[in-house]
Design a protein around this ligand. Structure first.
Ligand SMILES: C[S@@+](CC[C@H](N)C(=O)[O-])C[C@H]1O[C@@H](n2cnc3c(N)ncnc32)[C@H](O)[C@@H]1O
Length: 279
């Protein structure tokens, strides 16, 4: 079916930005990874822009798949989950790097295709897939979550993502996540013409509240990874959590540290250590 027809059918359900971009996306669409058809099985060929449960299928360009995995610092021993895994390219690329990876995809034909692609790539042991709704998948074991969904879907996922273990990395193709600003952003060049920007969020530890720091009180308010508050009488600035790592400036001094076993500890720029426990 033609992409234009699909767009007309989906126009009420697909976010306008994504829908408007699909025609452009169709022009760049990378060919689906080749897979040897199983004996007696007709080859399924997905069409860029085809309907999905909550998001249509548009593949992430391979250069951006590579960039997203690089940014996440995924490594062997990590567990990578791709939400809405399409033809399996992100999961398979992770598996080729020696990483155990799993895709969740609503369309069973796409799951079967991804499984054939993983087998053809020789990584079926490390690259696995579930046919199901991404909103029902238990993300608690993921070290890295990748996704190419929509801003509205990212926002729906946000409350659950913020409850994951501090340090869990989330990387999205192109779309933001409401008021949770990305910790890092990068765009690939080199032949990538559409959907070329990767956004990284690192789940922050929750440190909101009062802490005792060497005779002073550190009061912290937290929205996502952003911190505001005071150390003694001084307002803190440039303050944030990156996973378990805290940094802020107070009284002209830069404090950095780590949350470990409910204790914040680290160093003050220019010399000295600091240590905080819940007040
Ligand atoms: C834009 S594509 C991205 C595919 C792949 N992650 C990539 O980057 O190449 C979005 C995928 O999400 C799937 N999808 C849409 N809604 C879903 C849902 N609720 N649960 C699981 N998969 C879903 C679609 O079928 C489609 O394959």
């Amino acid at each position: 079916m033609q992409t234009a027809t699909l767009l007309r059918r989906k126009s009420l359900r697909v976010a306008p930005l994504f829908a408007a971009s699909l025609l452009a996306a169709a022009a760049f669409a990378a060919p689906v990874m080749a897979a040897a058809p199983d004996a007696g099985q007709a080859q399924y060929e997905p069409q860029v822009g085809q309907a999905g449960k909550d998001v249509v299928w548009v593949p992430t360009p391979q250069a951006l798949v590579d960039k997203m995995l690089d940014m996440s610092q995924a490594k062997p021993g990590d567990f990578v989950v791709d939400l809405g895994s399409g033809d399996g390219r992100t999961v398979i690329t992770a598996a080729k790097r020696g990483i155990t990876a799993h895709g969740v995809e609503f369309n069973p034909d796409m799951v079967a295709l991804a499984e054939r692609n993983a087998k053809a790539a020789g990584v079926a042991d490390k690259a696995t897939f579930t046919a199901g709704d991404l909103f029902q998948y238990d993300l608690s074991k993921a070290d890295v979550i990748t996704m190419f969904l929509l801003p509205s879907i990212n926002e729906r996922l946000k409350p659950e993502l913020l409850k994951l273990n501090p340090g869990t990395r989330i990387v999205a193709n192109s779309f933001r996540m409401g008021d949770w600003t990305p910790d890092e952003e990068a765009t690939v060049g080199d032949g990538c013409t559409n959907w070329c920007t990767a956004l990284l969020w690192i789940v922050p530890a929750n440190v909101a509240g009062s802490w005792s720091v060497d005779g002073k009180t550190l009061k912290l308010e937290q929205i996502n990874q952003e911190l505001t508050g005071t150390l003694g009488d001084a307002a803190i600035s440039d303050a944030r959590m990156l996973g378990n790592q805290i940094s802020f400036t107070a009284d002209g001094k830069r404090y950095t540290g780590t949350l470990e076993d409910k204790v914040l500890k680290g160093t003050v720029e220019g010399g000295g250590a600091w240590h905080a426990t819940r007040a």
